[in-house]
Design a protein around this ligand. Structure first.
Ligand code: ADP
Ligand code: MG
Length: 682
């Protein structure tokens, strides 16, 4: 790291107390921060041919003044200057508001350059600026920065310019030379300069390319170094599972594993058998058979003499997992127990004691698992389902219940590759990309709200056939109260509509855990045929007799969430349906509905979702774990991301990387970002 550009920003001439404070608010504290404070866009002042410009687009043109400018005042300070300008073979009108003084500078036949918004119908440019002469600025691309308080863009630009004057020569290269050569990347100092003072479009593109690569490379390097250290320095458990017993267990399953399941089982088992700690993410669409994979891994761990734990986000889900795991595992004389906050008193005490004594083999539960009172005898494997619902901290606490147990994170939210290698870059990833044979595609339709009657008679037909239906209510962001009210309204409408022919249940986030359970139980026992619900049924719930799902205001949901919801049906052998009630106003909204009706593949959906929503919104507001890149964009620059990742993977494998002085600056960077501890360097 270079000491000089790491100095406080106040070493730059003209930056004193107040300015420094404003800059600090913009996270600019050192010279380096300032040099890396990039424009968020560039104003394009290249001259354009009017024929190529669309209505309402911003444009810069050059032409000759054709008639005497007309100036009109209205009010004290407001004015409008109108000129007619000959641009190529077009005679257009230029309007300039509130800059009356420009009139005196302009004469007929004078050449002017004008920048503003083009109104194609009126053949008029509403100008921001009118300059005399054939050039607007000294540059074709003018950077635009986000600024705060009293600081102006112009002022900021001046400081950046000064920073280059004072410190330009101290900006060091940070990428290994061979990358610069192999990828024809601009060196660092030129790239920084070009970002702030672009000479032209090509130069800007090259500068950006360099910065993007650098951002991805350093980020991935951090991830890969972490991953290597995790794998090689973590003292994990070598779990010698019993192969014959495991095979017997596999034979006992009512199905044979899909090839994808076999592959991921092998990946998981080989991690468990290694002396290093497993840190693996298992992705698989709803219904792809992750639970079976989890059961196999948990069973394997018990044959090696360890306990296993499965943590899920909701009680309902915990109970369902408990049921299916018990079914699979109890014939093998394993003891599975459930621990949630509803397990209380004597029962709880008993479970905790048995767990500590090692008499319970597998513990399934919610957050309850990470409380202090929960003590394992010898925890070997921890699995969390729907891991994105748990915070990093909760995951860590659970892991620390054992001595470096193997850890498997499962998620049914397919995560696009670009995101998964970024957010979970330090983990190993296994993907189940194949559905068990014979799965029926859930037929999905998009209906406008005015077709509700037809939709309901369709629902009734399914109910008449002995099936059940979910009705998902509109999601009202940030208003739990309205959510609940909506569900209550829909519930009463439907109760009225089905008029005692069918029973309608109601589920929402306000119910207590007991109430939720009662509603869910009634639905799964077919005492209620219709379940009106807010999105609380989203995860994991399994009622195979439900073949119909109606989603109100479907345009308010993201694709990933719609897909999760839809996954509640199609779990039995019957054909299932999903109806999206939606009247999206935007093109993106329409596109979403269309994608839902077109595909059942969660991975395709997740890629589309990422395209439509952008990485920031993908995981929703609460948890993202997304790194912030200054320039790079994970979606658009995914090729650079892949390249940088591969380079980082290779680099950390290089013996000399960890020892040679050539890589000292990179290692120092890793140290600074907390990845490397001092002693691990040698
Ligand atoms: P996920 O947890 O990924 O949503 P599950 O493990 O709950 O999926 O599996 C969904 C259903 O598919 C379950 O009823 C399960 O018994 C069944 N299943 C799992 N693997 C297979 C397979 N290889 N062949 C047939 N059915 C399977
Ligand atoms: Mg599951």
């Amino acid at each position: 790291m270079n000491e000089t550009i790491n100095q406080s920003i106040t070493v730059i001439k003209g930056i004193g107390g107040e300015t420094a404070e404003i800059l600090a608010e913009m996270n600019i504290r050192t010279v380096k921060d300032l040099l890396e404070y990039f424009p968020y866009r560039y104003e394009d002042y290249r001259l354009k041919d009017l024929e190529e410009v669309k209505h309402d687009e911003r444009v810069t043109v050059c032409g000759q003044v054709h008639s005497e400018p007309a100036l009109i005042y209205y009010g004290k300070k407001r004015s409008r200057l109108t000129l007619r300008v000959l641009v190529g073979r077009y005679l257009i009108q230029v309007v300039l508001f509130n800059q009356p003084y420009v009139k005196n500078k302009i004469a007929i036949n004078e050449t002017v350059t004008v920048t503003g918004k083009w109104d194609q119908h009126r053949q008029t440019i509403t100008a921001n600026e009118v300059h005399i002469g054939s050039q607007m600025k000294s540059t074709e691309f003018e950077p635009v920065y986000a600024v705060k308080g009293k600081l102006t863009v112009k002022g900021l630009r001046r400081f950046i310019n000064l920073a280059f004057h004072q410190f330009g020569e101290y900006i060091e290269e940070t990428l290994p030379n061979r990358f610069l050569i192999d990828y024809k990347l601009m060196n660092r100092v030129s790239a920084l300069r070009m970002m702030h003072f672009p000479a032209g479009q090509q130069e800007l593109k090259q500068a950006r390319r360099r910065i993007v690569y650098e951002e991805f490379f350093y980020f991935q390097l951090k991830m890969q170094a972490l991953r290597k250290i995790e794998r090689e320095h973590s003292k994990g458990i070598l779990q010698s599972y019993h192969l014959e017993k495991l095979n017997a267990f596999l034979e006992s399953l009512p199905f044979t594993l899909t090839n994808a399941q076999k592959r991921v089982v092998n990946e998981i088992l080989s991690d468990m058998k290694s002396p290093f700690r497993m840190n693996r993410l298992l992705q698989g669409d709803v219904g792809s058979g992750k639970t079976a994979v989890a059961a196999i891994a948990l069973y394997a761990s018990t044959t090696a003499g360890y306990q296993g734990a499965l943590m899920v986000p909701t009680e309902i889900l915990a109970e369902q997992h408990m049921d299916s795991l018990k079914n699979m595992l109890e014939p093998f004389e394993l003891r599975c127990e459930l621990l949630t906050s509803s397990v209380k008193g004597k029962r709880r005490k008993e479970i905790l004691q048995l767990l500590k004594a090692g008499e319970i083999d597998i513990l399934i539960g919610t957050h309850a698992l990470i409380q202090d009172e929960v003590v394992f005898h010898n925890l070997g494997l921890v699995i969390t389902d729907e891991q994105h619902r748990f915070g990093v901290e909760q995951r860590r606490v659970l892991r620390e219940k054992g001595e470096n147990p193997d850890v498997l994170f499962m998620t049914a939210t397919p995560i696009p590759r670009t995101l998964s290698i970024t957010v979970f870059g330090e983990m190993d990833v296994s993907i189940i990309d194949e559905m068990p044979a014979g799965r029926k595609i859930i037929e999905t339709y998009w209906a406008k709200p005015d077709m509700l009657d037809r939709v309901l008679s369709f629902v009734e037909k399914e109910l008449a056939a002995g099936h059940q239906a979910y009705v998902i209510c509109p999601l009202i962001e940030e208003s739990d109260k309205l959510d609940v009210q909506n569900a209550i309204d829909v519930h009463s409408t439907l109760t009225h509509y089905f008029n005692a022919r069918y029973q309608v249940g109601l589920m929402n986030g306000r119910l207590t855990a007991d109430e939720k359970e009662a509603v869910m139980k009634a639905f799964s026992l077919n005492e209620k045929q219709v379940l009106v619900s807010t999105t609380v049924v989203e995860v994991g719930v399994n009622v195979p007799n439900a073949t119909m799902m109606v989603i109100y205001d479907a345009e308010r949901f993201g694709l990933a969430q719609l897909h999760q919801l839809r996954g509640r049906v199609g779990r039995g052998s019957e054909q299932s349906y999903c109806i999206l009630l939606a009247d999206p106003k935007s093109e993106v909204g329409k596109e979403r509905m269309k994608i839902m009706t077109d595909t059942n593949d969660g991975f395709i959906l997740s890629e589309k979702d990422l395209e439509l929503r952008g990485p920031g919104d993908f995981f929703g507001k609460k948890q993202s774990g997304l790194p912030e890149f200054k320039v790079a964009d994970m979606v658009h620059d995914y090729r650079a991301l892949e390249t940088a990742r591969n380079d980082a993977i290779q680099l950390v494998q290089l013996e000399e990387f960890w020892h040679s002085a050539d890589y000292l600056s990179i290692r120092n960077y890793l140290k600074e970002s907390g990845v490397l501890e001092g002693e691990k360097l040698d």
